[in-house]
Design a protein around this ligand. Structure first.
Ligand code: FAD
Ligand code: FES
Length: 264
């Protein structure tokens, strides 16, 4: 884990309400795994004071041996609103890479990736990593959003995946349903070795249910409100599977969990 000041190399609106920030980072961030995150602070003396957690969207090495770290973010409150207005050349303070990411095993031959809304953010890094593996595997992406503008990174998924199914809640693009409908149909037709998912909690609960009923391994990237991001404040506790008496801490035990370890 590293703490560093990183320069904003780019920061633009990629779709209404969604922005992409590119940071110039020192090399240690290049060791990050898909699903890991960074805690970002927007500079000394700035408000809000607390760092904010963001998944690593992409890691792109450059010719000078440094790494460009990309964050895909949705403006939901004060911190992300300030971020969206930060100019190229400004510095941000980042801590990372943090947490446990997706477990990518060489023997996987078929993987279903489910990305809902801003949950697409870590899935691009995941798919790019899967494509760098020496073993070939079939990757099928299920991309969902409320409306067409919420189908993020579709082109990149289409470049990398064997198949991409899009769904929207309002039917403005793709089938009008939740992504869990085509996902469940595909799992029944051709079970994958694993489902990997990131998105809203309701979607993740449904994905975990499909995996459980149809006996497929499942890894979920979940969110919680975080203050420290590294196991010190215990503010990110979520109930563990079982009688509800045990807890996991999303920042250090996750954010990616085997679905069977969670009480959803
Ligand atoms: C491991 C992890 C990875 C994340 N990755 C991304 C990402 O790649 N892109 C992205 O846009 N967002 C991501 N988030 C969520 C992001 O951290 C919050 O949206 C952000 O902190 C909100 O800050 P704010 O100051 O703009 O909003 P605030 O003013 O703090 O909050 C605005 C609203 O968002 C809710 N909120 C705040 N933090 C969270 C949270 N962690 N989870 C759910 N709801 C929250 C609040 O309850 C409130 O309703 C991630 C969260 C976690 C825990
Ligand atoms: S955010 Fe502090 S322990 Fe997880």
């Amino acid at each position: 884990m590293n703490q560093a000041y990183a320069e904003i190399l780019d920061n633009f609106t990629m779709a209404p309400g969604y922005h992409k920030m590119t940071l110039g980072c020192e090399t240690p961030f290049g060791a990050a795994q898909p699903g890991q995150f960074v805690m970002l602070s927007i500079g000394a003396g700035a408000t809000p004071l607390l760092r904010r957690p963001f998944s690593i969207h992409r890691m792109v090495p450059d010719a000078s041996g440094r790494v460009k770290l990309e964050i895909l973010y949705k403006v939901v409150g004060e911190g992300t609103d300030i971020m969206a207005r930060m100019p190229v050349g400004a510095m941000v303070d980042i801590l990372g890479p943090l947490g446990k990411g997706f477990i990518v095993r060489g023997h996987y031959r078929r993987i279903y990736l489910a990305a809902g809304g801003i949950g697409a953010a870590p899935m691009v890094f995941l798919l790019e990593t899967l494509r760098q593996q020496p073993e070939t595997c079939q990757c099928h992406v299920f991309l969902g959003g409320r409306s067409r503008g919420d189908l993020l990174c579709r082109e990149r998924f289409e470049q990398l995946a064997d198949q991409v199914d899009c769904t929207t809640d309002d039917g403005s693009e793709g089938a009008q349903c939740f992504l869990t409908s085509p996902l469940e149909a595909a799992v029944r037709r051709q079970p994958p070795d694993v489902i990997m998912a990131c998105g809203p909690m309701d979607m993740l609960t449904c994905v975990a249910g499909i995996a459980d009923r149809l006996d497929v391994a499942c890894q979920l990237s979940i969110e919680s409100v975080m203050a420290c991001g590294m196991g010190a404040c215990l503010g990110c506790a979520v109930p563990a599977a079982g009688d509800g008496s045990a807890y996991h801490h999303v920042c250090k035990d996750g954010p990616v969990f085997d679905a069977q370890l969670l009480k959803l």
